[in-house]
Structure formats: C-alpha cells, structure tokens
Design a protein around this ligand. Structure first.
Ligand code: UTP
Length: 291
C-alpha cells in the first residue's frame, strides 16, 4: 500500500454573516451559539482533534473576535476562579496553543469557496479537512474520524460526507451524482450546488465535512461566482472530478442543521435530554408541557 499523507490541518470557515439568526448574531458569531453549554465551534474543534488533526485554521471576518478569545487563555477568569478554589478543568478543551491554531481574515463574505481560498498559504501543499461548524454532527466515532478512516481505506483522494434527505429538500444543499457504491462509500461522478427543484441527481447532500487535496486551491483561484452570486466550493470540487479520485462517505450518526432555527433548537433539546445532569429535569418538563 502506498503511503497516504495524514490529514494534519483543518479549515473552519466562520466568516459568514449568519443572517438567519439575527438579531442573536449581530454582535456574536453564529459559531459561538451554544448547544447546551459548548459553542458550536468547540464541538467542531473537538471532532477535529478526535480525528488526529493538529492545526486548526479559522477563516474569520469582522465581528468574529469572540472565536479567537474563546480559544485563548482567559487569564483573569482562570486566576480569579483558581483563587476562589473553583475547578477550571472545564476550560481545558478551549485552549489552542500558538502551534495549533491560525486565523486568517476573509475581508468580504464572497462565499464558502472564497473563504477556503483565503486559507491557501496556511494550508500549503497538503491534503486538508474542512468543517462547517453549523452542520452539527453527532456520532461515535465523530464524523471526521469516520472520514479519515474511510480516506485511509480508499487510499487518499477527495472525500466528502453525505446524508440522505427527502427529495424536496435537495434544492437547499450541494448534491452529489452517485457512481459505484461500496457500503458507506459512494463514488462521486458529479456535484451540483442548490439544484432547482426536481433536477437533483440524487438525494445525497453534502453535509459540511470535507477532506480535499490542495489542488482545490488552484481551482478556487479561477472560480467564477455561482449560486447566490457567491464563489461556491461545490463548483470548484465539481471541476476536480475526473482528474482526481472523488468519493462520498455516508455519515453514521445524527446531523442537526444548526444554521436553521429549528435545527438549532432540536440540537439543544436532543443533547440536553441526553445529559445526566439536566436530562431528567428537562424530560419531566417536556412530558408536562406536551401532556
Ligand atoms: P452559510 O450560508 O450557512 O452561512 O455558509 P452564513 O452566510 O453565515 O449564514 P446565513 O445563511 O446568512 O444565516 C456556510 C459556512 O460558510 C461560511 C459560514 O460562516 C458557514 O460556516 N462562510 C460563508 C464564510 O466563511 N464566508 C462566506 O463568504 C460565506
């Protein structure tokens, strides 16, 4: 078997406007909204760590400094808590040392593809992962770990995570044209972003996790605006099909679309119910409320 370059770097594009969550996201980024007591971005970073990824690259924009603060040392807070004998271990996962994180700015929200391209110098010439933190993936192992395992089995190339949705939902997402299928792994023969209703090539949607080869950066460099007038990552990936291996892995777990209000509320409810500290109280409340 040939050696496959390990996935060491992850890009988190977090420069979107978050308009669907206004006014909550006027002064704080969407990715800092909490599911129970952890912000969405923390779940994504934890998922990356579980998959063996070492360097987290955040593509931020104006008004996103809360993300940098979240992963920094909170000196006054930690000192005061320690002096008062309070346990600060809960803050441990929030620490990303200088060698483990980098921030780059997308000056204008020109689209997801453009956001990824902004990280090209830090990514360099190696395969890398992408996480859309508002796609909240709950699984054991996590979605990216499942993907890295599949990537190793397949022997490299490009890999995206997909999920089956109802056909009428496909027009809101990137959709794959499927080729040969082998268990959870499907060959990708085409990709289309937000297909017009009734035209989707399948009901398998791209679900916010990617492992891509560095060539995608060169494709993005020349990418024209696509759906919504934005530079679309899906369009750039579509151009790579045929030149490089391209597969999808069906995620074994639950996905919550935390970019939508209903998905976000559902994620909070589902995870809170599973928590031993608050689940029983919440369950009793829900039973009472729903009769
Ligand atoms: P979304 O379209 O879901 O995010 O982009 P948004 O624009 O923040 O949200 P709404 O639709 O206005 O509510 C998917 C991901 O791509 C990032 C977003 O931050 C999100 O993680 N993104 C999008 C960028 O980083 N830059 C962009 O120009 C666009």
């Amino acid at each position: 078997m040939t050696d496959i370059a390990p996935i060491r770097k992850a890009v988190f594009p977090v420069a979107g406007l978050g308009t669907r969550f206004l006014p909550a996201t006027k002064a704080i980024p969407k990715e800092m909204l909490p599911v129970v007591d952890r912000p969405l971005i923390q779940y994504a970073v934890d998922e990356a760590r579980e998959a063996g990824i070492e360097q987290m690259i955040f593509v931020t924009g104006r008004g996103k400094s809360a993300i940098e603060d979240h992963f920094d040392i909170a000196f006054e807070l930690e000192k005061t808590m320690s002096e008062r004998g309070k346990d600060i271990s809960v803050l441990e996962p929030t620490r990303l040392g200088p060698g483990n994180c980098a921030y780059v700015r997308q000056q204008e929200p020109l689209g997801l593809g453009h956001a990824i391209w902004c990280a090209r110098d830090i990514v360099g010439d190696e395969p890398f992962a992408i996480f859309l933190p508002d796609e909240f993936m709950v699984g054991k192992p996590g979605c990216m770990k499942q993907m890295v395992d599949a990537y190793t089995r397949i022997g490299g190339g490009n890999l995206i995570s997909v999920l089956e949705v109802a056909p009428e939902e496909t027009s809101s997402y990137g959709v794959i044209a499927p080729g040969k299928r082998d268990g959870a792994i499907t060959e990708v023969t085409g990709l289309v972003e937000k297909p017009a209703p009734g035209t989707a090539p399948s009901n398998l949607i791209i679900s916010g996790r990617y492992i891509l080869q560095p060539e995608v950066m060169r494709t993005l460099e020349h990418q024209e605006k696509g759906a919504g007038g934005e530079i679309q990552l899906t369009d750039a990936m579509a151009q790579m099909i045929g030149n490089q291996p391209f597969h999808a892995v069906t995620f074994d777990g639950r996905r919550f679309d935390c970019g939508s209000k209903a998905g976000f509320a559902a994620a909070n409810f589902a995870l809170a119910l599973e928590r031993p500290d608050i689940g029983p109280e919440l369950r009793a409340f829900a039973v009472d409320l729903l009769g």
